[in-house]
Design a protein around this ligand. Structure first.
Ligand code: COA
Length: 199
């Protein structure tokens, strides 16, 4: 699917915007509950059970792709401000991430908490467009606020690590036994020596 086809097929809304326009939270919840993703049950569970609470309590912002024909949620992402705890990260990398100190215990950052598409659209190669839109929204915040990097926890599977690497994310952990790997997308220009997981 091309970007043009993607933009014609789906519309992007923030969950806050949908809640403001809708006269019934129950209806919104029902739409969210129809989202399914057998590849990643946490992605499904977040949208069913936590997204509305996180939105109302300003803990994060969720953005939804709505299929223009069926009005179903085709994909979504959730972003927020966060902190990277640096225990387990090498001093060299901590210094790059922090900017000038190599012993900082935590560093503020932007977080992609959730990102994915519904199982119904499994054969549509649309992940890169979803990730691109996610980064664009964070880029706009970063222009006004500063901030050194975007963080995400990628499921520790070769295909997913590659998906994020193709979009300028670098792993900052390296352990085959971890369920997820922290990856960052820097705004600073120093080159990070990739610590890609051994396979
Ligand atoms: C990640 C995602 C957005 C990428 O979408 P895409 O670029 O359109 O590409 P695909 O869906 O074909 O996924 C790329 C590959 O990753 C694999 N993959 C995707 N999510 C996976 C998961 N949760 N667990 C294991 N493998 C996964 C796919 O099977 C595919 O493998 P293949 O190339 O061998 O067929 C999409 O696959 C998705 O929504 N996955 C489920 C949710 C998820 O796991 N999100 C990432 C959390 S870190």
């Amino acid at each position: 699917m091309t970007r043009l086809q993607f933009d014609k097929t789906f519309s992007l809304f923030s969950l806050s915007e949908i809640l403001q326009k809708s006269n019934s939270n129950r209806k919104v919840r029902k739409v969210l509950e129809r989202f399914f993703c057998s590849k990643n049950r946490d992605l499904e569970d977040f949208l069913h059970n936590r997204a509305l609470t996180f939105e109302k309590h300003l803990r994060a912002r969720t953005y939804l792709y709505i299929d223009n024909e069926t009005k179903e949620v085709a994909g979504y992402f959730t972003i927020t401000i966060s902190t990277l705890h640096t225990n387990g990260v090498s001093r060299e990398v901590v210094k790059l991430l922090d900017g000038y100190k190599d012993d900082t215990p935590s560093i503020p950052c932007y977080l992609i908490g959730q990102l994915g598409k519904s199982g119904k659209y499994e054969s549509f190669k649309i992940g890169k467009y979803i990730l691109h839109d996610t980064i664009t929204i964070i880029d706009n915040a970063q222009l006004s606020l500063g901030g050194r990097f975007i963080l995400l926890d990628a499921i520790n599977k070769k295909q997913l690590i590659e998906f994020y690497k193709n979009n300028a994310f670098f792993p900052i952990e390296n352990d085959d036994d971890l369920e997820s790997i922290k990856m960052i997308r820097p705004y600073f220009s120093h080159k990070i020596v990739s610590t890609s997981p051994k396979r």
